[in-house]
Design a protein around this ligand. Structure first.
Ligand SMILES: Cc1cc2nc3c(=O)[nH]c(=O)nc-3n(C[C@H](O)[C@H](O)[C@H](O)COP(=O)(O)OP(=O)(O)OC[C@H]3O[C@@H](n4cnc5c(N)ncnc54)[C@H](O)[C@@H]3O)c2cc1C
Length: 403
């Protein structure tokens, strides 16, 4: 088969890759190819569901300058497609008495950054909070931070809109087309071998999620990633009206086993809850889809105490994958020995960033530069390069397993 040539190829059309194909296609149309090993919209990776949190609160100085563009880029996709992808619900956060050490620092730091950046938020005492949001039951001495821009971004709509608009701009997306080999030919040419033929490109973007190390091995790079199987649960609450997006905010609260977070009714006629980073380490191809009942029981006990009306018969629990760096910061960088190959890893909290990371990757591929300071996301940092890096992720897993 004749090798087909493209300016840019994107490996992996999940959340971030679909964003990259879209933003590339707006400028390079037919000269863009996206490759996906499964069917588009599959449930094997990290990006298929009805809701992910999008927020302005909770970032450090390195990410705050880019955070507003997580909204702006999705809003550009909404404008072009007419599809609503973001729903602002407001977001609430409090630090309970049994929160792990350092939780209040997180709140204090995000408040400090929001003050610095002039991002509006409200601090409510418990009585005012429960008056405004009677769904919640919290202790009278708690303080609650409310940020109005927090909400949900809908991956099922966002991914599809990115993919279909990209095809509308002339890009090609091949499904069920697994990349089996990456062959760097020169600093300006790479061959991409798939189960359905070989392609050639000047620039290559790798957004392979939990499978990324399989490809990085071929380029002799160890990213030191940890893949975990996480889960979310939908409950068929009978109190639907009280839990609709216009009345119920996204919540994020630290618990001794991880941050519990939840969403109003969206996608399913059900509320949704999950506890961050409670999943066991696994591999992208070796993972199972079995829910962890102990986590379900923990969240249900927490909800019974704090948001009793949220619950109802369980609709289902869905599992998906985190691809965690050892410092839980994103990776967005060119490979040290291959300046024409770019890599992006979402570290378990990147869906809200999928469109802006897509735009940044398109700017790096087409212009060789981007408007943002990405130094925090470099491959050249201890969490990636130092095998003895003191990793919060590995330490938490060890602690969880009593080591
Ligand atoms: C339970 C859960 C809750 C989350 N909550 C939030 C949240 O509230 N807010 C938020 O912002 N983020 C959240 N995230 C994180 C976010 O969903 C992920 O960081 C993001 O979706 C990862 O996108 P990705 O494109 O890197 O990975 P994926 O979407 O998994 O995409 C990788 C793609 O590459 C393909 N691929 C891999 N190897 C190959 C190959 N060799 N050839 C061809 N294709 C290949 C895969 O099939 C896949 O489609 C959550 C994640 C989980 C699991």
């Amino acid at each position: 088969m004749k090798t087909k040539k493209y300016d840019t190829i994107v490996i992996g059309c999940g959340g971030i890759g679909s964003g990259a194909v879209y933003w590339l296609s707006k400028r390079a149309g037919k000269r863009v190819l996206g490759l996906e090993q499964f069917t588009l919209g599959h449930h094997n990776g990290g990006s298929q569901d009805y809701s992910r949190i999008i927020r302005l609160a909770g970032y450090d100085d390195s990410m705050m300058p880019i955070a507003p563009d997580t909204y702006a880029t999705w809003q550009e996709v909404e404008r072009e497609s007419g599809v609503q992808i973001i729903t602002k619900t407001g977001g609430v956060y409090w630090t309970p008495d049994d929160a792990p050490p350092g939780s209040s620092d997180y709140m204090d730091e995000s408040v400090e950054v929001m003050n610095e950046k002039g991002i509006p938020y409200r601090m409510l005492d418990a009585a005012d909070f429960m008056q405004e949001f009677p769904q919640f039951k919290i202790k009278s001495h708690y303080k609650v931070m409310h940020q109005a821009d927090t909400g949900l971004v809908d991956p099922s709509k966002g991914n599809a809109a990115h993919q279909q608009l990209a095809q509308g701009h002339g890009a090609t997306i091949l499904e069920n087309c697994k990349v089996t080999e990456i062959r760097p030919i020169s600093s300006t040419k790479t061959e991409v071998v798939t189960e359905r033929g070989t392609f050639e490109c000047e620039k290559l973007i790798v957004t392979a999620g939990a499978w990324v190390q399989q490809l990085a091995d071929q380029l002799e790079i160890d990213l030191g990633l940890v893949v975990t199987r996480e889960q979310v649960t939908y409950y068929r609450t009978p109190n639907l009206r009280d839990f609709m997006p216009d009345r119920f905010p996204v919540f994020m609260v630290p618990t001794p086993i991880g941050g519990i977070y939840g969403f109003p009714v969206h996608g399913e006629v059900a509320t949704k809850v999950a506890i961050d980073f409670t999943g066991e380490p696994t591999t992208a191809d070796g993972r199972n889809f079995e829910p962890d009942i102990a986590i379900e029981e923990y969240q249900e006990a927490w909800l019974k105490e704090h948001i009793p009306g949220f619950l109802g018969p369980k609709l289902y629990t869905k599992t998906c994958l985190y691809t965690l760096t050892k410092d839980r910061q994103f990776i967005l960088d060119a490979l040290p020995n291959h300046p024409n190959i770019f890599l992006c890893v979402g570290a378990g909290h990147a869906f809200k960033w999928a469109s802006v990371f897509g735009r940044i990757l398109s700017e790096l591929a087409l212009d060789g530069t981007t408007r943002y300071d990405l130094s925090a996301l470099t491959l050249n940092r201890p969490a990636i390069t130092d095998p003895n890096y003191d990793s919060i992720i590995l330490n938490q897993i060890k602690a969880r397993n009593g080591k």
